[in-house]
Design a protein around this ligand. Structure first.
Ligand code: FE2
Length: 637
């Protein structure tokens, strides 16, 4: 969230790097300075024990016993999604520090990697090294099996002459949710916890996916404001073009792309994305479906006869720009969370509840499109987690358009062209984001665009690229907003990732430079994320309320934009990442502050823009407001 310390933190990492290369710590325990890494890299890549696993010394396990075994209940090839039960047996003394890692690909080196010592310091961990050379996909403590520590499941390994048992061992099992990530999988049994791990044993034969080429995780974005051209993007292990079949017998071949670890950015010190967090993304297919009708339903499926086909999916096109009505959901900072309560690199605890809520909204026909305004997957250099995210959102992103804005956790990295220089993308530098979520942007690494749906013009910017007066993006947003025909789209919504107004702080320079454009172009509503809560302002400019809403007959705050004064700004970063609490005090421009998980449901007609913050756990509406505008006021302009 707060990037002000980023540059200093990065510099400090380099100083520490030089220091530790000169004076390597001899202890296998964490260096005392590790405690500071949580502070330095809060929100980057090194908070949990699991996430610093790679920087732990891999100890030699003390004399592994000969009875130890790890295997899976079902050795058959894996389907595209299943729960895999892993059994550990032959354990003489079950320990709370015993755990199982899922490793992929199976030939990954999970032994010590002393040559990599220098790589890891940038994540803030200055522990004694070396490390596991490849990051586990996920992990679980054996103690999650309630019968493990108490040794309820016993086996006799050796009988005495009198028939009594001389050696009794214990066993237990853990279950992992596994989605098709194409590369084969191995399970490794460790002890020593995440802090001082050592390998006890590993599975004999890797588990393979029965179809690594399966076409998966299809999701759709709008190409333009007509509502007639939709871009479908999906993932497969096969690089040959596939097809989308849609409507009444139409089809379109896919264009195929991918990215390699060479495309990840780095500095003197390799990034997680380039090194221990790399996972082969397979091939990313996109195909554009044209000749559709706006605000209408059609069916599609994608794949090929050789790799197989997706299910047939029902999709609803958004309304054309200039039509009367739009229903959309909007939020930021969602990410993903495991369905099996295992440990993963980066977990956003609210994401599952928010996605469940959105699935219901889409099923009820309440949604024409979805806007996810930055901090998308939080893979942050651990690339397999993009696939976890794509899997999570596919029930909604395959049925309505899923439009995105870029966030710091997709783009930022030192010396990479990002406006802020923190290492927040873990070395991705926007490459996986732009590949998985192609938006109607002007060019590569220029992730800003506008789109019209129904009565709304959305101006979507990148807060992570230069937005100062001389920048290309500034000129673009100025031209874009000035060109909006308000008789066609009465509502102008400006959106991006980092906020202008947050009780928890924002970038003053961004406010000073960009806010005048909002006022000059009579922007109605500004939506940002990045701060992990919900907050709404008055009609605000230069940190002062130029107008206050009044209560309508239902007690809902209503802003009268027939007499326009200034934009209403809202932060909607409460969709998954651990929530930020509010202090007791707040500025006068802050009218509503809620720290709960959820999403915003919006409904735009021609004379009203209504927003509701829906608590995804309770489905209660926690805040709602309306912006109204008489059509006569539009004609008068
Ligand atoms: Fe962010």
């Amino acid at each position: 969230m707060d990037q002000r310390l980023t540059h200093h933190a990065y510099k400090l990492s380099f100083i520490l790097l030089i220091f530790f290369l000169a004076f390597p710590p001899s202890s296998s325990q964490l260096h005392p300075l590790v405690a500071n890494s949580t502070f330095l890299h809060l929100n980057y890549t090194a908070i949990s024990d699991f996430r610093v696993l790679n920087r732990r010394t891999l100890l030699q396990c003390p004399d592994p016993n000969p009875y130890l075994q790890i295997n899976v209940t079902n050795n058959a090839d894996l389907s595209d999604e299943e729960f895999v039960t892993v059994n550990v047996s032959g354990v003489l003394l079950p320990s709370e520090s015993d755990w199982v890692a899922m490793i992929s690909p199976s030939n990954s080196d999970v032994t010590t990697c002393p040559g990599s010592e220098a790589y890891y310091l940038q994540t803030g961990d200055t522990s004694a090294l070396p490390l596991l050379c490849h990051y586990p996909v996920k992990a679980k403590y054996m103690s999650s099996d309630p019968d493990y520590l108490s040794c309820k499941k016993q086996e006799c390994q050796k009988y005495g002459n009198d028939g009594s048992c001389e050696v009794t061992t214990c066993s237990g099992s853990v279950t992992f949710h596994v989605v098709n990530i194409r590369t084969d999988i191995e399970f490794v049994f460790f002890t020593g916890g995440f802090t001082t791990p050592c390998i006890l044993t590993r599975t004999d034969a890797p588990l393979k996916f029965s179809n690594p080429n399966s076409p998966l995780y299809g999701h759709i974005s709008s190409m333009d404001s007509t509502g007639t051209s939709m871009r479908l993007t999906w993932v497969s292990g096969d690089k040959e073009p596939q097809q989308v079949k849609y409507g009444d017998g139409k089809s379109q071949a896919s264009e195929v792309t991918t990215f390699s670890s060479d495309d990840m950015c780095s500095s003197i010190v390799p990034s997680p994305a380039k090194d221990f967090g790399w996972h082969d993304p397979g091939y990313i297919h996109t195909a554009v479906m044209t000749g559709l009708q706006p605000s209408s339903t059609f069916y599609y499926k994608y794949g090929s006869d050789s790799v197989g086909w997706s299910d047939q999916i029902e999709f609803r096109t958004p309304p054309a720009g200039g039509s009367d009505e739009l229903k959309f959901l909007v939020f930021g900072d969602m990410g993903k969370a495991p369905l099996d309560s295992s440990a993963e690199h980066y977990i956003q605890p609210g994401s599952i509840s928010v996605v469940k809520g959105m699935v219901e909204e889409v099923a009820n026909g309440n949604v024409d499109s979805i806007f996810h305004i930055g901090d998308i997957s939080y893979a942050t250099g651990f690339l397999v987690e993009w696939e976890f995210f794509l899997h999570l959102i596919s029930p909604v992103a395959s049925q309505v358009t899923y439009m995105t804005a870029i966030g710091n956790h997709e783009r930022d990295y030192v010396d990479s062209g990002s406006w802020y220089s923190g290492p927040d993308s873990g070395g991705e530098c926007g490459v996986p984001y732009e590949t998985y979520f192609p938006m109607p942007t002007p060019a590569k690494d220029k992730p800003w665009y506008s789109i019209e749906q129904g009565s709304v013009h959305f101006t979507v910017i990148s807060t992570e690229h230069d937005w100062t007066e001389q920048s290309e993006q500034y000129q673009w947003m100025k031209t874009d907003m000035a060109s909006v025909d308000r008789s066609k789209t009465p509502w102008l919504i400006f959106t991006g990732h980092r906020p202008m107004y947050s009780t928890l702080g924002a970038d003053d320079k961004f406010l000073k430079i960009v806010e005048p454009l909002l006022l000059n172009n009579k922007v109605d509503l500004v939506l940002f994320g990045h701060v992990h809560n919900y907050e709404r302002t008055c009609s605000v400019y230069n940190s002062e309320c130029l107008a206050m809403p009044t209560k309508d007959e239902n007690g809902i705050d209503t802003y009268d934009n027939s007499n326009y004064t200034a934009p209403v700004q809202a932060i909607v970063g409460m969709a998954g990442f651990s929530l930020d609490k509010f202090p007791d005090d707040a500025a006068s421009w802050s009218l509503s502050r809620i720290s709960k998980f959820g999403y915003v449901r919006a409904h735009a007609t021609r004379d009203e823009l209504k927003l509701e913050f829906v608590n995804s756990d309770t489905k209660e509406i926690e805040d709602s407001f309306r912006i109204t505008k008489k059509q006569s006021s539009l004609r008068a302009r």
